[in-house]
Design a protein around this ligand. Structure first.
Ligand code: M6R
Length: 369
């Protein structure tokens, strides 16, 4: 069942090219137009929405954070991302013009189910992004956009996460397409780039050995920090969550811009810090900003592990080690930069003799509130 891999998690990490390809499959017509037939919410309603709220928990909520950056950029619709259990117990401003997107691998997460009910009671339309056919969340939503990652067995989410991000892109691009021609060119470019992602993931998978060596050299580490900006920020959060959940190591993800507002006080000699570096393409001076963040922590003795795009020589000066991933548009980068972090958590857990598929105290789907 594990297909020759040591664990389900290892297999599922390697399933990611297929999971992404399958989630993209059949969602475009011959002219490259997106056809999300599953979204049978009236087009007039979809055109009139003035706010989106993504509700989810854990890793699925990080996929939602990636969605925020991308959908706001493509659609110019404000997107909020909220943990389902927080959304449920407050008085959110939701009405018929709000599109709520519930993201869940299992479709059975009780916190998310309750939030879906809460949103619908207030008149919002709910689209579920889900990996499990016929589960509760898609059944209770107005429409479902399925991720086609296949069954995910390991408690730690990997291929479902990447597929959720892809589904969020598709939803955002579809809404952009619905909302007018001026998006068409960019939609085309991104769709084309998305098709190339599975092949690029294959390349990232080849970093496994390099990650394993790194894990071996830091196996007694007590604390790891992850820094990212823009779409790299949710990737940093995901890297930290994977490490807590699998290797039981204290880990935190930060938006790199927050460093000087507090977290930099944590940096001392030998502190392991992962930094997710954005591409050098456009986007103001974000790349330069992250380079100076690396410099800041390095100057205080941090062991800086950098994830950057191929060809980015500028990162080398301040990096203890660099993991290079293929170039892709910034907004799509999480589909690549997450993978070394998945490997890292898995390798450290393995070295500590832990059960990577079934970490302590956790369940694959959390069916209680
Ligand atoms: O099934 P769901 O996507 O609703 O699950 C949400 C979270 O419980 C889940 O992503 C959890 O955080 C994972 N164990 C993370 O690896």
């Amino acid at each position: 069942e594990k297909g020759g891999f040591a664990s389900f998690m290892d297999k599922e990490i390697h399933d990611q090219p297929q999971a992404v390809a399958d989630t993209l499959l059949g969602r475009m017509d011959a002219d490259g137009k997106l056809t999300l037939d599953e979204i049978h919410v009236d087009e007039t309603i979809l055109k009139s929405i003035d706010k989106m709220i993504v509700i989810a928990c854990g890793t699925a909520a990080y996929a939602g954070q990636v969605a925020k950056y991308t959908i706001e950029h493509w659609c110019r619709i404000p997107v909020e991302v909220e943990l389902a259990h927080e959304f449920r117990y407050r008085d959110p401003v939701v009405n018929e013009k709000t599109l709520v997107v519930a993201v869940s691998q299992s479709g059975e997460t009780m916190d998310t189910i309750m939030a879906v009910r809460h949103a619908r009671q207030q008149g919002a339309k709910v689209v579920a992004i889900c990996n499990t056919y016929g589960s509760t969340i898609p059944r209770e939503s107005d429409a479902a956009l399925y991720t086609h990652a296949g069954p995910e067995v390991a408690v730690a989410s990997t291929k479902a996460f990447l597929s959720q991000i892809v589904a969020c892109y598709l939803l955002g691009l579809y809404l952009a397409q619905l909302r007018g021609n001026k998006f068409t060119d960019e939609v085309r470019v991104i769709l084309d780039e998305l098709q190339q992602i599975p092949e690029k993931i294959e390349k990232v998978l080849q970093l496994k050995e390099q990650v394993e060596q790194l894990a071996r050299s830091v196996q007694n580490t007590q604390s790891v920090l992850f820094l990212g900006r823009h779409v790299g920020y949710p990737v940093a959060l995901e890297g930290a969550l994977k490490l807590k959940e699998l290797a039981y190591i204290h880990a935190e993800g930060f938006a790199a811009g927050e460093l000087k507002h507090g977290p930099i006080a944590l940096i001392e000699d030998g502190q392991l810090v992962f930094i997710i570096v954005p591409s050098r393409e456009g986007r103001d001076s974000l790349h330069a900003k992250v380079i100076s963040n690396i410099q800041e922590v390095r100057a205080r003795g941090a062991n800086t592990i950098v994830i950057a795009e191929e060809g980015d020589e500028a990162v080398k000066e301040y990096a203890s080690e660099v993991f290079y991933v293929p170039q892709t548009p910034t907004l799509l980068a999480p589909l690549l930069t997450t993978i070394p972090l998945q490997f890292f958590a898995m390798e450290l857990a393995t070295m500590k003799g832990l059960d990577v598929d079934q970490p302590r105290n956790l369940a694959k789907s959390v069916t209680v509130e």
